[in-house]
Design a protein around this ligand. Structure first.
Ligand code: UN1
Length: 534
């Protein structure tokens, strides 16, 4: 049986007890806790379905702030009937959208980027409030959406296929690229804006309609983003269902995976759920784009510039409280610099300002859910049982919200089970190696293959790292952190990361189907390979 909620990185919804629900109802009955949410079109009660009009007859969920575990507002999710109506509306809308020339579609995406610019501060603040990442990072992912809109506008005048030389006289061999139809987009809690943006902007200029389901724990962000998009379609007198939304849990996710009307399903989430999604979509010969887990490493050689290494590790391991797919989880240090780097990291970790993610001075906020705190506690215990020494952090922080200490663990074997497990919490395992080849093999022994980074000044090592016997990841960096990729490149990874590529470069190809077209413009009928069939 396909059950998304049990396997997602986070539960469908933070566990609530009756007291908390009662508190939520009484608080929300009066007014939104955060009145500025009204400027994003949000109220106390919100509809979580959009297909040209707003609706939703499914379960009502309350969104909580991870920094306090206090309720923010409620969203009524999609029922399966809502889902059905929405797919029909999106399919209908496609007939209008696909008829627009690609540069005209680009113009609509340009307007989406501009509309996001106008609301970026508020939207970034909402991401911070609902997801728990610090304000600058919330704003940063709205910027990613804006950037990919700009990219997609240019792309709308550039994509296409070549005209190839035909072996037959009077024949043209042309590659045509056409839209797929309806693209399903399932995103995770940790990037509730940017990842939907990468998919939506590119899918739209390619001529597809989109049906989005965000994480069940960030429904307000999904609604706010969709409101911004819907106003652009409305002001251009285009069907709103071109970008539809069905908030929901595992039932909607499973329906999307099974649904033959979704020509492509782009899924971001855990490896375990991604595997089920892949099997379900492939069973119907659909197309699936997977962005799954990562267990990313930084390798620092004896010649690494430590003034660059230490802040890079800090950003990639502590930033977003370790909840990026691209977060650094393993730090491999050459034995000659190991102790110095650990000492410098301890100093840097001590200066991390922990607090309310909405406060401008804060560098480190809460984990997204209570369940993640449990995962953290278990991981710290198990790492210690497997020979790890907690040299920094290791404890839950006694304050409201889901706060845990950013943690450094040394002394483990490179292949200890915890070192090779992606926990999605802010634990950094520091490993000591003797030579470069050994470090590369440790980098590559993780099941996942998302991001990786090497710190060195040696050109020979850099090119080995980028080459066939180097990193096996989709993102292979030098002298920068593992996280914080730009939108212009293709984003994604190999092995258990799922193999998908989103965002820039030629990732657009996955949102279109290619036809090889051979056109005979003569009165002769020569066959290829010189075959005579007479
Ligand atoms: C993710 O964690 O799912 O490279 C996406 C980064 C961001 C995107 C991360 N640009 O860290």
């Amino acid at each position: 049986m396909f059950r998304l909620s049990t396997l997602l990185r986070v539960p469908a919804f933070p566990p609530t007890n009756r007291a908390l629900s009662a508190m939520a109802s009484s608080l929300l009955a009066e007014q939104p806790t955060f009145s500025w949410l009204q400027d994003l079109g949000l109220g106390v009660d919100n509809k979580g379905v959009y297909n040209g009009k707003w609706g939703g007859r499914g379960q009502v969920v309350t969104s909580y702030s991870p920094a306090s575990n206090e309720p923010i507002a409620r969203v009524q999710q999609a029922s399966l009937e809502d889902y059905e109506e929405t797919v029909k509306a999106a399919k209908e809308a496609w007939h209008v959208w696909a008829d627009l020339p690609a540069p005209k579609r680009g113009e609509i995406v340009r307007q989406i980027g501009d509309a996001l610019r106008k609301k970026s501060t508020l939207l970034g603040k909402l991401v911070s409030l609902e997801m728990g990442k610090i304000a600058v990072e919330g704003l940063g992912e709205v910027q990613e959406y804006i950037d990919i809109c700009d990219y997609a506008v240019g792309l709308s005048r550039m994509f296409g296929g070549p005209m190839l030389p035909s072996e037959r006289a009077g024949h043209a061999l042309v590659e045509m690229w056409n839209p797929l139809g309806l693209v399903g987009i399932i995103t995770a809690f940790n990037f509730p804006v940017a990842v939907s943006g990468w998919n939506t902007a590119i899918a739209l200029v390619c001529g597809n309609c989109c049906l989005w389901k965000g994480a069940p724990t960030t429904p307000l962000t999904s609604v706010a983003v969709t409101r911004i998009l819907s106003e652009v379609f409305q002001s251009n007198k285009l069907p709103g269902a071109i970008c539809s939304l069905t908030c929901g849990g595992s039932d909607i996710g499973a329906a999307m995976a099974r649904d033959e009307r979704l020509e492509l399903l782009s899924f971001t989430g855990s490896t375990a759920v991604g595997k089920q999604v892949a099997v379900t979509v492939k069973e119907r010969f659909g197309r699936v784009l997977l962005e799954l887990g990562g267990n990313n490493a930084i390798i620092a050689m004896d010649d690494a510039d430590l003034d660059m290494l230490v802040p890079s590790v800090l950003f990639a391991a502590v930033g977003t409280a370790g909840q990026r797919c691209t977060s650094t989880r393993r730090l491999m240090l050459h034995e000659s610099i190991h102790d110095t780097v650990v000492e410098r990291l301890l100093k840097a970790y001590k200066q991390v300002r922990i607090g309310d993610p909405l406060e401008p001075n804060t560098l480190y906020g809460p984990l997204h859910t209570k369940q993640a705190m449990e995962t953290y506690k278990t991981a710290v215990e198990q790492a210690q049982q497997q020979g790890g020494k907690v040299v920094y952090g290791g404890k839950v922080i006694d304050r409201p919200g889901n706060y845990v200490e950013p943690t450094i663990i040394t002394g483990m074997q490179h292949n200890a089970p915890m070192v090779l497990t992606e926990t999605f919490v802010p634990i950094l395992y520091v490993l000591k190696f003797k030579n470069f080849e050994e470090a590369i093999s440790w980098n590559n022994e993780a099941k996942q293959g998302l991001s990786s980074s090497l710190f060195t000044k040696d050109l020979g090592r850099i090119f080995k790292w980028l080459g066939p016997k180097g990193s096996d990841c989709g993102i292979v960096n030098v002298n920068i952190p593992t996280s914080g990729a730009e939108i212009g490149g293709a984003f994604g990874g190999e092995k258990h990361t799922g193999g998908g590529r989103e965002s820039g470069s030629d990732a657009w190809k996955q949102y279109m189907h290619r036809s090889t077209c051979t056109i005979n413009y003569t009165k002769e009928l020569p066959l290829a390979q010189g075959i005579k069939f007479e």
